[in-house]
Design a protein around this ligand. Structure first.
Ligand code: FAD
Length: 518
């Protein structure tokens, strides 16, 4: 069965047991990648149950260094989550809700440790939002069963998507594998389904536990990052300034974007030198902002108050958020994409290259293709990279260099601050043509044309490649091919590591051969 079915079965199997569970002495919400108090489905349910039964609500967060290794979580992402956790802890404290942070060495220890804590606290209800990666769904199924054995009810609910996975079916009754018809169904589904969730109880309404030293729970500190994921002090300061954490910052960014930028989004979103996109992906990835809130907020600023009319920028932006939902729906329905397999099985036989020199030149921004190099350096420096550039570098790695796209996918997860399995896997699948509803394999971006089209004055390139600062005019896109080679060489900028036309022919041959034998 799909991992989600296993979890749903676990919850169905334990329903009778859950119905018999009494209120207990506390209700617990387990925070994961939903580090916010507002518009948080499981947290709202937990708060309601606690209020109805007059027992305290306790927040729990489980930190497992091994999880970060297994999920390739980048140090910048860990840093952002821990900073967001500090904001969350303060916000919850203002509502008299303690947040307990538990560290477990091994991820396999988490289920038993969670149950132990619930028993210590006398809690008989645990709430959590669902995460759709296979490992997480399986872990949750295990905890649901373990809880039921101990007389504890666990409720795992949908929250992270605007429309819950499995809700939209194509004409044949199946999950859509093509984005456009799926998006139309998504838009019509959410017209009437975007209402606000209840807010948490106001301060002073969360009773202290009668049997616990409640103040001890409030004193629990947010730990520092595990050694393998720690930023050096200079980077920590830089990232904090670049990416302020927590849900208030997320709301500020959303409001600012909708005030100042969304109107020009349709026109500017492809120009990497312009700050024309929201940069909210980091907040969606850590759950410091709910995608529902974002869609609702943008929709309410549209003069039609609709999702499919009115302001073009707002409509386009909401369609981009839909991509995030789309890839999560795909992950739930076809969980094998979590297992290093291409979505399209016929693409499993392509003979990829594992040329380390090429791969390292790509990671370091030294391929000799300025737009590719600028993008990779932006990612190394900021933990973020513009969407157009993500597509260009992913296409370059998988097609021009014919390097296994999974190496790029992994590298992105290890470096992005917004690393999200479903979107990253979807983006790589799209660019390398092996994913769901991808770019056709014979559509191979010409990095020089992409550069001329989307960075016509070379502003973005000059920002990230200091060696090319002095290169004038169109030579910026291809210094060695357009007469600025001597200047580029003197400044230490690499020569192109491949020739695009030859690389393109090689990729076409490899793809055709792979598909034919697939
Ligand atoms: P905006 O343009 O403001 O868009 C708003 C939101 O819509 C984004 O924050 C994001 O949540 C969603 N969105 C936009 N485009 C996409 C898309 N193509 N796929 C899925 N969601 C989208 N996005 C991630 O959040 N995490 C990743 O790990 C990730 N890896 C990617 C890898 C590749 C190879 C590619 C091509 C794309 C990847 N994306 C990823 C999607 C996209 O590049 C980023 O979401 C976007 O650049 C974030 O910037 P923004 O918040 O300013 O986006």
């Amino acid at each position: 069965p799909r991992p989600i079915d296993d979890l749903l079965c676990a919850m169905a199997d334990t329903t009778a047991a859950r119905m018999k569970v009494t209120a207990g002495r506390a209700v617990v919400h387990w925070f994961k990648m939903d580090l916010r108090t507002q518009d948080n489905t499981a947290l709202a349910l937990a708060a309601r149950m606690a209020a109805e039964n007059g027992v305290p609500l306790i927040g729990l967060f489980v930190l497992s260094p091994q999880d970060y290794e297994a999920h390739l979580t980048s140090p910048v992402r860990v840093d952002f989550m821990l900073r967001s956790l500090r904001v969350l802890k303060n916000d919850l404290a203002k509502l008299d809700v303690p947040l307990w942070i538990e560290t477990v060495d091994k991820r396999s220890e988490a289920p038993a440790r969670i149950v132990e804590l619930l028993q210590d606290w006398g809690a008989s209800h645990l709430f959590a939002n669902m995460e759709y990666e296979a490992d997480e769904l399986r872990r949750e199924a295990k905890i649901v069963r373990l809880c039921a054995e101990r007389g504890i009810a666990m409720e795992v609910v949908h929250d992270t998507c605007v429309v819950l996975p499995g809700r939209l079916k194509s004409g044949t009754g199946n999950q859509y594998a093509v984005y456009s018809p799926w998006r139309r169904a998504w838009v019509s589904h959410i017209h009437d389904n975007l209402e606000l969730l209840e807010l948490l109880p106001p301060p002073g309404q969360n009773p202290a536990s009668t049997r616990l030293d409640f103040s001890r729970l409030f004193e629990c500190a947010v730990p520092v990052a595990p050694a393998s994921k720690r930023l050096d002090p200079e980077a920590a300061v830089r990232f904090e300034a670049l990416w302020p954490a927590g849900e208030h910052e997320a709301m500020k960014r959303l409001e600012m974007f909708c005030e100042e930028k969304v109107g020009g989004y349709a026109k500017n979103r492809n120009i990497p030198s312009v700050t024309g996109t929201s940069s909210l992906s980091v907040h969606f990835a850590s759950g410091t902002l709910s995608a529902r809130t974002a869609v609702r907020y943008a929709r309410d600023r549209n003069n039609t108050k609709r999702l499919d009319g009115g302001n073009e920028g707002i409509q386009t932006w909401i369609s981009e958020i839909a991509w995030r939902d789309f890839y999560k729906h795909v992950l739930v329905n076809w969980p094998y994409v979590c297992m290093n397999k291409p979505f399209k099985p016929e693409y499993a036989n392509i003979e990829w290259s594992y040329n380390r020199t090429h791969f390292e030149a790509w990671t370091q921004g030294r391929t000799g293709f300025p737009l590719v190099d600028a993008a990779m350096r932006q990612m190394q420096h900021t933990g973020y990279c513009h969407n157009r550039c993500r597509m260009v570098v992913a296409s370059f790695l998988s097609k021009d260099l014919l390097v296994d796209w999974r190496m790029g996918e992994r590298f992105f997860m290890e470096h992005l601050i917004d690393g999200d399995f479903a979107s990253n896997n979807g983006g790589w699948g799209f660019a390398a043509s092996v994913g769901v509803d991808p770019q056709p394999y014979f559509r191979i971006f010409n990095p020089l044309l992409q550069s001329e089209k989307f960075d016509p004055d070379g502003e973005y390139i000059r920002k990230w490649i200091p060696e090319l600062k002095g290169v004038q005019g169109k030579a910026i896109h291809d210094p060695y091919g357009r007469g600025a080679g001597e200047q580029a060489r003197k400044a230490g900028y690499s020569e192109p590591i491949v020739e695009h036309k030859g690389a393109r022919d090689r990729a076409l041959t490899a793809y055709k051969k792979g598909i034919a034998s697939g």
